[in-house]
Write a protein that binds this ligand. Structure first.
Ligand SMILES: *Cc1c(COP(=O)(O)O)cnc(C)c1O
Length: 568
């Protein structure tokens, strides 16, 4: 017997899965297709992977993002390690379909027209998730307004605020214009779309009603990383859609703060790993902040050779990645063969394109992500002498780097230069290659092809991190500081290794302690296992798949969003 409440519960759930879109997922960047350059890294890839899992699981969602016609940038690096940023021009009609509907937003008192391009992602069972790419490059708009959907994370504060008006307010309006009447939840993936709450409020004039409809995922554990705009600028850009009575709640130090705006108007808020939830609760006292740990879309990130192996040994894994648990019983030789195929592909790529003369038998470490100071891309090469000694004693070491630095991030650019500098001084004693223009395609190649995935963020700045989850899906163990998802995913010597202690006297990581530990474990535990105890090494590879890939995927993640966020 189902009591009254239970009946409603089930009915609601059935409605929820009834096919009509109920959730609108907003993200400044959505990396759903490697041909569409409207993403810069982790946040966008997560958004793409999330929508892909929604499609696989028939979760009725639509995605909303900006077109970013000129993408982020194409990265070239000269022989001294200087990053050169080249524009991208992507052939929009080749990949997206222009829709006839037009809406408008008000920026600085002007009416700015907004149109949308459609992308459709088909899930494993044929369910289609639409993604709308907003575009202001329309006849009748002022020249400056026409550029607003060109550059992802480009321009100044005013440009960014105008973009966020287009994404948030324009996004809510275009869904109405397109005829969506069944949206009941607006999910803001990071604060960039928070202005959408003002439009929802505009429509109902009831704060509680807005809250019932809004879900907010924060990704930034550092206060300075949150988008904020001087109040006078915000007021002049937004006009009277910003109600006076909320100003106190949504500003901080006289700046309109997008995180506070999203917090104020959301009934459900989460961080992206357990630790990040804790950090966020300390940053924003008074708000109830949950956590849902990130994942990745399994079939996107599993290499061809492992796909074949899983198809054969774990039928059904594509629609239900929990099944990857049973990787534990795949024969070790099969795991190794699949890995060697992926590795050979990577080694061929760097030998052909970078003259790297790397060897498929040699122990290969990968580090690829946004190049920025807190991720410490040079921790591994901070003591080149020590590194060379380890290679001499324990066996050859090869290192493959990739990653873009934001055009305004001097520290990130410096890190790239330093890698090139060390590359020269080390002079082949440890082979180092930097692959240019890190993107989804390069990422797939590296995460599957290396033997060890390295991550060295300074605590507590890594909200989650996802690249190590991609590596785990390909049987590649991670070696990382204990931050973000690795606090949940690291079982020492079974799924990988920790760098440095979980806690130090100060909350921040200590570079000295961490680099010492990095070299020490590399020398005493990791390399001996790889070179002299291959059988056990492959056991570790298998555990990465069975223990971590089976859990750290977006199918599991989106099911938690459905139960904890969307359905509440
Ligand atoms: C997965 C991915 C990221 C995120 O990497 P982290 O190490 O988690 O920061 C960034 N860029 C690309 C292209 C990726 O595929």
């Amino acid at each position: 017997m189902i009591d009254d409440k239970g009946e409603i519960y089930i009915q609601k759930y059935m409605d929820f899965l009834g096919g009509k879109p109920k959730i609108a997922y907003f993200s400044m960047e959505i990396g759903i297709d490697e041909n569409i350059p409207s993403y810069s890294g982790g946040l966008g890839i997560l958004a793409g992977d999330t929508l892909k899992s929604c499609a696989d699981l028939n979760v009725p969602v639509v995605g909303v993002t900006l077109l970013s016609q000129n993408g982020y940038f194409y990265q070239k690096i000269d022989e001294n390690g200087n990053q050169i940023e080249l524009p991208i021009d992507f052939d929009v009609p080749k990949f997206l379909q222009k829709l006839p509907s037009i809406t408008s937003v008000n920026i600085e008192g002007r009416e700015v027209k907004v149109q949308a391009w459609l992308y459709q992602y088909k899930g494993i069972g044929g369910y289609i998730v639409p993604v709308f790419f907003l575009d202001t490059n329309i006849d009748g708009n002022l020249d400056w307004d026409r550029t607003l959907t060109k550059y992802l994370y480009g321009g100044d504060n005013k440009y960014r605020l105008a973009q966020e008006i287009v994404l948030g307010i324009g996004g809510v309006r275009i869904l109405k214009t397109l005829g969506y009447k069944t949206i009941s939840k607006y999910h803001m993936n990071e604060g960039h779309a928070a202005l959408g709450t003002l439009e929802i409020f505009n429509l109902c004039n009831d704060v509680e009603k807005v809250r019932q409809q809004c879900v907010f995922t924060t990704h930034t554990p550092i206060a300075a990383g949150h988008d904020q705009f001087a109040l006078p600028l915000a007021k002049s850009m937004l006009g009277n859609i910003l109600p006076d009575f909320i100003i106190n709640d949504v500003t901080f130090e006289n700046k309109l703060n997008m995180t506070r705006l999203a917090l104020f108007f959301s009934h459900y808020v989460n961080g992206v790993a357990k630790k990040h939830g804790e950090v966020s609760r300390i940053m924003f006292p008074g708000y109830s902040i949950d956590s849902i740990t990130n994942g990745i879309h399994s079939s996107t990130w599993v290499s061809e050779s492992f796909k074949k192996l899983f198809n054969k040994t774990i039928p059904g894994w594509l629609s239900d990645p929990y099944l990857l648990r049973s990787a534990q019983s795949i024969e070790k030789t099969q795991i190794w063969d699949a890995h060697v195929q992926a590795k050979q592909e990577l080694i061929n790529f760097v030998n052909t394109n970078y003259n790297a003369s790397m060897n498929c038998d040699d122990f290969t470490i990968g580090f690829a992500r946004r190049q920025t100071a807190y991720k410490r891309p040079d921790l591994l090469i901070s003591d080149p002498k020590r590194l060379m000694q380890i290679a001499e004693k324990k066996g050859p070491i090869q290192i493959i780097y990739a990653g873009k630095a934001h055009p305004k991030d001097a520290s990130g650019k410096e890190a790239i230069k330093n890698i090139f500098h060390v590359m020269k001084t080390i002079n082949g004693k440890v082979k180092i290659t930097f692959i240019q223009n890190y993107d989804i395609t390069i990422s797939k190649l590296i995460i599957a092809g290396v033997d060890l995935w390295l991550n060295t963020p300074r605590r507590p700045r890594e909200a989650s991190g996802t690249s190590g989850m991609k590596a785990a899906h390909n049987g590649v163990p991670q070696f990382s500081t204990l931050d973000g998802w690795w606090l949940e995913g690291c079982i020492e010597n079974i799924t990988g290794w920790a760098i440095g202690p979980e806690k130090t006297e100060h909350e921040e990581s200590d570079d000295k302690i961490d680099s010492y530990d990095l070299y020490d474990k590399l020398e005493k535990l990791i390399m001996p296992k790889f070179y002299q105890d291959r059988d056990n090494w492959i056991r570790t590879m298998r555990s990465c798949i069975a223990l971590n890939a089976s859990f750290f995927n977006t199918n599991r993640m989106i099911q938690q969003y459905v139960l904890n966020a969307y359905f509440m």
